[in-house]
Design a protein around this ligand. Structure first.
Ligand code: SF4
Length: 331
């Protein structure tokens, strides 16, 4: 992908997204004074124009909730989300709809996210109809979109179940591009695809970025996918970024023990460097029962007595690398 500019497109500061875990009556009966869970707890990041930011974490880390908060599908409890300098968290519905046009969304399961009763023509027309674009323009636009994602016009009369995984993903890319967004949020863009098809989709996304100067926020549990395409990455654990910054620095010198374990689990193409797939010991703790101190200490092989008493704050490790650990690696 080509070099990003220095213009800030998306700025998130201390974002917190909370969900009610118990109804008001149950909370009262259980004497629970705070029946909310922080799915996203204090996340900050900056995404530049033309840049790709990968967010990696296990299931339940809060990465999908973060993406949903940016597009207004989850309410922020506090903090700020600015798109091109405009604060999104305090807009009226109408004002938000105008800004929302700048963000395209690629959903996790493209076939399930496409209505099975609609043809590809109808599915690609939807975003234009919602924004009241005239019919003649719609027809031209959907043909152009199909061409951009490498599908022939005869796909327009097919239904989602008639598509392969890769074709459905291309339709998902086309829908995300429909309103000429500046940012695309791609939630698990290659999940469920064969490795060769994964490569085709990532290459398509890279080509489109070069042509259109769009930015991507890629949400994935798949570190190799994120590694190949990201300028910056964040490693997310229990709703917080435990490491974030320049992708190359983090991949070559991980500072957080969690990042290190995730990287050690990545298969190596070079047989001399191949290591066995390492899984992380233990389950991800429940959001309702966050460990005291460092929230990773229950699974960390580097933990020391301080770790289960004091929560680490984010500290600078390199010129553009930050880590939330009392005893960072590769210092
Ligand atoms: Fe491990 Fe302690 Fe660092 Fe947490 S603070 S990641 S427990 S070494």
């Amino acid at each position: 992908m080509s070099a990003p500019s220095q213009q800030k497109l998306l700025e998130i500061d201390h974002l917190r997204v909370r969900f009610r875990s118990l109804g008001p009556v149950k909370a009262l009966l259980k004497g629970n004074k705070d029946p909310y869970l922080d799915a996203v707890a204090d996340v900050s990041m900056t995404l530049l124009q033309g840049e790709t930011y990968g967010i990696v974490g296990e299931s339940g880390a809060g990465k999908t909730t973060l993406g949903r908060a940016i597009v207004g599908l989850a309410d922020s409890a506090s903090g700020s989300i600015r798109l091109n300098g405009t604060e999104l968290t305090n807009l009226s519905n109408n004002e938000f709809r105008q800004q929302r046009r700048q963000i395209g969304m690629m959903f996790q399961d493209p076939v399930a996210s496409l209505s099975p009763r609609l043809t590809i023509r109808s599915l690609l027309s939807e975003p234009f109809q919602i924004h009241q674009v005239n019919v003649k323009q719609i027809d031209q636009s959907i043909k152009r979109l199909l061409n951009m994602v490498g599908l022939l016009p005869d796909f327009l009369d097919r239904y989602p179940h008639e598509l392969s995984g890769g074709q459905a993903r291309r339709v998902g890319v086309a829908r995300a591009l429909a309103l000429e967004p500046r940012l695309i949020i791609a939630d698990e863009p290659t999940a469920g695809l064969d490795v060769s098809v994964q490569g085709e989709i990532l290459n398509l996304m890279a080509d489109l970025q070069d042509q259109l100067r769009i930015s991507y926020l890629i949400i994935s549990h798949n570190l190799p996918v994120v590694r190949h395409v990201s300028d910056k990455i964040a490693i997310m654990y229990l709703g917080r970024f435990v490491e974030q910054g320049d992708a190359e620095s983090i991949f070559s010198r991980p500072g957080h023990p969690y990042t290190k374990v995730l990287l050690e689990g990545v298969p190596q193409p070079d047989p001399d460097k191949r290591r066995k797939i390492i899984s992380i010991e233990g389950e991800v703790p429940s959001l309702a029962n966050r460990p005291i101190g460092c929230e990773f200490h229950t699974r960390c092989s580097y933990a020391q007595p301080r770790c289960n008493q004091e929560q680490p704050s984010l500290q600078k490790l390199g010129s553009n690398q930050y880590v939330r650990c009392h005893f960072p690696l590769n210092r």
